[in-house]
Design a protein around this ligand. Structure first.
Ligand code: C2E
Ligand code: MG
Ligand code: MG
Length: 567
């Protein structure tokens, strides 16, 4: 290898999209790059040191070899098309360029062989006049021109309705698609793209669009993604959904192919006023995401990137939090105003992150709700709370009620009542000591379904509470149709109660109405003695707040119960 800079060769080989072979004067293979390995199916190890003739198919290429050798000796150069066999015996139709490397004086030292797959070239040619097509023949998707129109239409509508439009560019790993085309055949390559299309479509709503922009790039338009920070969050949720849908490998015959993709996102109006600008910036963001590594998504605007990145990271970690046992349940005592005794506790989730420390549910429960992670997390909470209650009962401590927060999504699934029933059977706890807390907004989204589920749970003997009352839009009369035993007044009313006479009047009215419906009233967020005095005057039944205790780990609550701590 004297006379040739080794490093230079390495750089050329590694960066070449073409297959490259370096041969000595007798045709023995000295170097081979990855592109050629992918194309031919032979690993570098199988080729190094072997003669090139072993990898040429003699019958069809006898002529080529003679022709090439002659050309090389005469001109130092030869090029032409040949058909070879891949390792798996499939045909590989390639365009070859052979160059002889000569030292300043003397005879040939090396040959450089550059190989381009002809099928790939055809592919590009087919794609070349795409701008004139409105539909991509492989996936049936619209092409870029149509997507531009649709983005422009969505922008006009967004302008009127004051919401955002998202443009998302998704780039598949080109080398992988090429590898599929060359090693499994074009049919399989097309199948791969079709499957990606199906999965992308599933992540979108009917008002959204997806188009095939180039061989391996797809463009998606999200017609309505609310506005401002909400838009960043919503676009992030869609990106996450897409990753999830692509994270399952695609089956091509017997082969399982992992999908790797990057995404770049832009939002109207902040990242561009017109469709072209949004697309251009989405391309930039995509390029940036590629640079950052596999499976990455990137917002165009840098200040938003930080927020999106944090959220994305939190979300990724949250997925693992259950398995890593980073979640735990704290318990905040609820005290009876008449006796001063602890008569209940609300289970409140905490995430103890190994690096970030304790993360409050206010920060991660909304993410869990948007991503659906709340379902497994909620099940974990319910189970943990029931087992803890069973433990307290076994210890012979004064019986207390256990409050568990339930999110809307847990209701929408059909199995909540079944899950509760199973846990009651498993743990043997008294059903009337379990108290599920539901917020107003969770009920209102699907009244009929919720009434059904709530009645099933109530029939098991389990108590139901309405949480954060006063923050939603429901009225007590509306809530009458639900089997609630307890009403928890939101702490925002209590905060203002000593300074704002309206707040006191509202709380007074809520308590009176709840009592007329035979409901117990728990006041949340009680922090001061003054607030306590007012709550006694207004005849609230129970209080929960920092005045008595914040939420504490199970063993600390055990101690409170053992010591018979009182208000
Ligand atoms: P929430 O159910 O209304 O819970 C009461 C919240 O008020 C708790 O916040 C509690 O620590 C806080 N709090 C209690 N007393 C005081 C007080 O005197 N002053 C102040 N400033 N705050 C007080 P936390 O633990 O941060 O929980 C926030 C919300 O997160 C909960 O509101 C609930 O909606 C949700 N959450 C917590 N755990 C779970 C869970 O396991 N599942 C679900 N779905 N949501 C949960
Ligand atoms: Mg609650
Ligand atoms: Mg509450």
């Amino acid at each position: 290898m004297q006379g040739i800079d080794e490093r230079l060769i390495k750089v050329i080989l590694e960066n070449s999209q073409e297959g490259v072979l370096l041969l000595d004067r007798r045709g023995n293979i000295l170097k081979v790059n990855q592109s050629f390995s992918l194309m031919s199916g032979y690993r570098a190890k199988e080729m190094l040191g072997r003669n090139i003739r072993r990898f040429t198919t003699a019958e069809s290429n006898a002529e080529f070899i003679d022709d090439a050798i002659e050309g090389l000796w005469q001109d130092g150069f030869w090029q032409g098309e040949i058909t070879q066999k891949k390792k798996n015996n499939e045909s590989l139709h390639v365009f070859l360029r052979l160059s002889a490397v000569l030292p300043a004086r003397g005879s040939i030292r090396f040959f450089v062989v550059q190989i381009t797959e002809v099928a790939d070239q055809l592919n590009e040619q087919e794609l070349a006049p795409r701008d004139k097509l409105t539909t991509d023949p492989v996936t049936g998707l619209p092409t870029k021109g149509l997507l531009l129109d649709r983005i422009q239409q969505a922008i006009s509508q967004a302008e009127r309705q004051h919401h955002s439009v998202g443009v998302l560019y998704l780039g598949l790993d080109g080398a992988r698609v090429n590898m599929i085309n060359s090693s499994l055949g074009r049919d399989k390559g097309d199948l791969f793209l079709k499957e990606v299309t199906v999965r992308l479509k599933k992540c979108l709503r009917t008002s959204d669009s997806v188009a095939r922009i180039s061989a391996t790039t797809f463009g998606l338009m999200l017609a309505d993604v609310s506005d401002g920070v909400g838009a960043v969050r919503n676009a992030g949720v869609v990106a996450r959904k897409i990753y999830e849908s692509l994270s399952e490998p695609i089956m091509l015959g017997e082969r399982e192919i992992d999908v790797t993709a990057h995404m770049g996102m832009t939002l109207y109006p902040q990242d561009g006023a017109h469709a072209d600008e949004l697309i251009k910036n989405a391309e930039t963001a995509l390029a940036f995401a590629r640079k950052k590594g596999l499976n990455n998504y990137q917002f165009f605007s840098t200040e938003m990137t930080e927020t999106a990145r944090k959220r994305f990271e939190l979300e990724g970690n949250l997925r693992l939090a259950i398995d890593r046992k980073e979640l735990c349940l704290y318990y905040q005592p609820q005290v009876c105003l008449e006796t001063g005794k602890v008569i209940g506790a609300e289970g409140l989730i905490r995430w103890i992150h190994p690096e970030l420390g304790m993360i409050s549910p206010g920060e991660f429960i909304p993410i869990a709700e948007e991503t659906g992670l709340i379902v497994p997390i909620g099940s974990w909470v319910l189970k943990t709370a029931c087992y803890q209650l069973a433990e307290w009962q076994k210890k012979g401590l004064p019986p207390i009620r256990m409050g568990v927060n339930i999110s809307a999504m847990q209701f929408k699934r059909n199995d909540l009542a079944k899950q509760v029933k199973e846990l009651l059977d498993e743990t043997g706890i008294d059903p009337s000591m379990l108290d599920l807390e539901i917020t107003e907004s969770a009920i209102i989204s699907d009244v009929q379904k919720t009434v059904e589920t709530l009645n099933q749970i109530s029939d098991l003997g389990v108590k139901l509470s309405i949480d954060d009352f006063g923050t939603g839009y429901s009225s007590l009369s509306q809530l009458r149709q639900f089997p609630f035993k307890t009403l928890k007044i939101d702490r925002s009313f209590i905060r203002d109660i000593t300074s704002n006479s309206n707040a006191a009047a509202i709380v007074s009215a809520i308590i009176a109405m709840a009592h007329s419906l035979n409901q117990t009233v728990i006041v949340e967020g009680l922090e001061t003695e003054d607030q306590l005095t007012i709550m006694r005057e207004l005849h609230a039944n129970e209080i929960q707040g920092f005045l008595f205790s914040a939420a504490v780990p199970a063993d600390q609550l055990t101690k409170m119960l053992q010591d018979n701590k009182k208000l």
